[in-house]
Write a protein that binds this ligand. Structure first.
Ligand SMILES: [Fe+2]
Length: 168
């Protein structure tokens, strides 16, 4: 049984790739902030949790595509592209800015599927993902502003890290 067009199947497979790729990136950021040069324990916890959540999203799309009789394709992942810039902003600012852009790409992709799939069952399936995405991006955007506000003040950055440690 396959009740999906090839075009819609490709869109879902692309979404599976984006979710796995996001998990991959969060794992890289987790390992980066966990070392003794960065040592941001709270942000490490946040990235680890996010990596798991993205993996879960990927599995939900895999299960959904299979349930509609489609063929899942698991593609190669890219090496995470995050590089620290010497531009005066903190490591935390650059990382959260990076993941906010990443989440925005995921949001655009989800929206693109919903707008172009012409498949009401799939549209209903996508709604909770879109809602969660909006919420997550709002939280990240607010966090980014707070990080921006403390600049390179070590005490401020440590306070934010402690806050993340308690939250996640
Ligand atoms: Fe996701």
């Amino acid at each position: 049984m396959n009740n999906l067009s090839d075009r819609v199947m490709n869109m879902i497979n692309h979404q599976i790739f984006l979710e796995l790729n996001a998990s991959h990136i969060y794992t890289a950021l987790y390992s980066f902030v966990s070392n003794d040069k960065q040592s941001y324990t709270g942000f490490a916890k946040f990235f680890k949790k996010s990596a798991k959540e993205e993996m879960e999203h990927a599995y939900k799309f895999i299960d959904y595509l299979n349930s509609r009789g489609g063929d899942v394709i698991i593609n190669n992942l890219q090496r995470p592209q995050f590089t620290l810039l010497n531009d005066g902003t903190s490591t935390l600012f650059q990382m959260i800015n990076f993941v906010l852009n990443l989440e925005n790409q995921v949001f655009e992709s989800l929206k693109n599927i919903k707008d172009n799939c012409n498949d009401s069952a799939l549209e209903t399936f996508l709604d909770p993902f879109l809602e969660e995405q909006v919420e997550a991006q709002f939280e990240l955007a607010k966090l980014l502003r707070r990080i921006e506000r403390v600049g390179n003040d070590g005490t401020g950055l440590n306070m934010l890290d402690n806050e993340m440690n308690n939250k996640y």
